[in-house]
Design a protein around this ligand. Sequence first.
Ligand code: SAM
Length: 281
Amino acid sequence: MNYRHHYHAGNFADVMKHILLVGLLQALHKKDSPFCYIDTHAGRGWYDLAAAPSQKTGEYLEGIRKITPTKQPPSTWITDYFKSIDLLKTDLGKAYYGGSPWFALQLLRPQDRMVLMEWHPVDVEKLKQNFYRSPQTFVHHRDAYEGLTALVPPREKRGLVLIDPPYEEERNDYPQVVELLAKAYDKWPTGTYAVWYPIKDRAPIDRFERKLVKTGIRKQLICELCVMPDDNALGLNGCGLLIVNPPYQFAEEADNVLQWLLPQLSQHVLAKASVRWLVAE
Ligand code: SAM
């Protein structure tokens, strides 16, 4: 396990993922009954962008530093996203940026619960320290590939799973993720699932999509943001969020949000953003 999220926190991929996460959690507020948020690869919960790892890569400069809420946000997802960041800055300092558990915590109501899994021994300790004050948060030092299937369906029977692995070994990671999703879905077919994935080259993504279709799972929506053309050899050209069982009208709003983000995060004239059904109803 070499991947550490503190090198990448606040990059364009985090911005896209966290805004869509806010949208998915907001939709769960439409009913009063409790929901459970499960984060399979939680990281530390928040990050200091002034610390050495962020300063070394400077990835946040192409992400959170480039977007601004004053550019007429088309959605309350963006307003709530910035509110959460402002809250963290007020608590901890101006250089801080939230991780997925932080954004989720802001959208938990008293009746809701979140379960966070993290496998890195240092990061899980940080995560426990960061969230010990929240009685609604349960942190597990656990391998997501074993833990998720053990935890679903949650007793609330309503909720969201974020699957956000590091993709250290790309060849194995995409198929492993599809297998994990399919196993969890078998046990909890009514849950909403959001699976983040990197786009460095289109060929592995095409294979990933074919495997996803073969699972037979209905209602698979793909949201993508590519800040560079797919075939640029330098590294992370874009990212996607696959959503299984997206909320009603999520696709339309996600498209508006991505089209708002695109000009702000673009690094190339061929940058693009899209929302499409991989498998419809
Ligand atoms: N979801 C976080 C966020 O948005 O702020 C970022 C997560 S980061 C991309 C991936 C995390 O997964 C890392 O913190 C890594 O230590 C952890 N990890 C790696 N392998 C894991 C496994 N098998 N089970 C659970 N966590 C794992």
